[in-house]
Design a protein around this ligand. Structure first.
Ligand code: HEM
Length: 371
């Protein structure tokens, strides 16, 4: 599709975009390509409540105002301070295996590590993670026809976990307003933009976005990293010989096995993209998986190369919505990989792995390993 129909309208009226250059163009232009898709979706009360603080789905100037409230907490410098805690959580999780040589990497490490870190940053109990996982699983359940817009039935199926999550977060938000602590929810509750505080309703979507975005993707990344090192033993050997290669290897995993397969935008006006005229108010699906393997931008795109320089993948997006948590996801994965390599002379992926629907999400749900 990338070579023959790089920008193409499908039978549902959705425009599919595949080339690196076209994705970059769209992501760099939030005025012509909106992140707010709510107008396309059937109305649903719980979803609308959540969207009020979900700045990933907002356009300027509102987006900048809300993102600005937390951006400082996620700078590479501040995130670097979390390294000892990330290492401790990883070590504790691996100690808890009690020497078992066959275990599930997702259940025992790739899920609990990032969810513990983001829960502690926000100030919600990390012990509630089975509940977070239930919500996340319900919300990211595979969709049969991933290019069709969600219908009312789909929205309803997502409403229950959203409603539960909103009620849970509201309780913590109110408690923290009454008795602030040193955590992100308290800081957000007290933060002001243009002399106004966030309302409880805005806080729900805001905190919910951080809680969900803060772990599911990193779970996928760590699972993908272990998968790649299993599939490419020479890469694993290179990392064992030189730990300095880990950051570049993580970038290559991000490119090669892209956790979020695609991003969505809505045209706000008639546009021309890749030579195709697209009317206003049309949905675009931007295939990051495809762009990251576009030979016009990446030499030898199908080769997994832990020394690839430069590695300008679009896995964290591009432009004003560039992933806020990228420094955190990178650090968590680098630290966890380093500790895994130190602790286990061999890490083999065993049979029985279960994968998400790669049209939506690339990564394992279950990843049995032998160490
Ligand atoms: C935005 C991917 C980890 C928080 C994004 C976007 C992508 C992305 C592609 C842009 C969405 C768009 O333009 O429509 C990933 C991947 C991750 C990861 C692949 C891990 C491998 C994290 C973590 C956090 C986080 C750990 C922690 C807080 C966010 C937030 C946004 C975002 C808040 C919205 C930013 C905005 O709209 O300004 N992420 N993410 N992400 N990510 Fe991540």
């Amino acid at each position: 599709a990338r070579a023959n129909h790089p920008v193409a309208c499908d039978e549902h009226g959705v425009w599919q975009v595949f080339r690196y250059a076209d994705l970059s163009e769209v992501l760099a232009d939030p005025v012509s390509y909106s992140s707010d898709l709510t107008g396309l979706l059937p109305p649903q009360e719980d979803f609308e409540l959540f969207q009020r603080g979900n700045f990933a789905r907002m356009d300027p100037p509102q987006h900048r105002k809300l993102r600005g409230l937390v951006s400082k907490a996620f700078t590479p410098r501040l995130v670097a301070g979390l390294e000892p805690r990330i290492a401790k959580v990883t070590t504790d999780l691996l100690d808890a295996l009690g020497g078992a040589d066959r275990w599930d990497l997702v259940d025992r490490l790739a899920y609990p590590l990032p969810v513990t870190v983001i829960a502690e940053m926000l100030g919600v109990p990390a012990a509630d993670q089975p509940t977070f996982r239930r919500w996340a699983d319900a919300m990211f359940e595979d969709i049969d026809q991933p290019t069709v817009l969600p219908d009312a039935e789909f929205m309803e199926s997502r409403a229950r976990p959203l409603r539960e999550m909103s009620a849970y977060l509201l309780e913590h938000i109110r408690a923290r307003r009454a008795a602030p602590r040193d955590d992100l929810i308290s800081h957000l509750a007290l933060a002001e933009t243009d002399g106004e505080r966030l309302t409880d309703e805005e806080m729900i979507g805001f905190v919910g976005l951080l809680l969900l975005a803060g772990h599911i993707t990193t779970t996928l990344l760590l699972g993908n990293a272990v998968t790649c090192l299993h599939e490419f033993p020479e890469a694993a050997a290179a990392l064992r010989a030189d730990r300095g290669l880990i950051p570049a290897a993580v970038e290559e995993v991000l490119r090669f096995r892209t956790p979020f397969s695609r991003l969505a935008r809505l045209t706000t006006r008639d546009v021309v993209l890749g030579g195709q005229a697209i009317p206003a108010k049309r949905m675009l699906l931007l295939w990051v998986t495809s762009a990251n393997r576009d030979g016009a931008h990446v030499p030898e795109p199908d080769r997994f190369d832990v020394r690839r320089q430069p590695n300008t993948h679009l896995t964290f997006g591009h432009g004003i919505h560039f992933c806020l948590g990228a420094p955190l996801a990178r650090l968590e994965t680098r630290v966890a990989l380093g500790i895994l390599l130190d602790r286990f002379a061999e890490i083999a992926v065993a049979g029985g792995a279960v994968w998400h629907d790669p049209r939506i999400i690339v990564g394992p749900r279950k990843l049995p390993v032998v160490t």
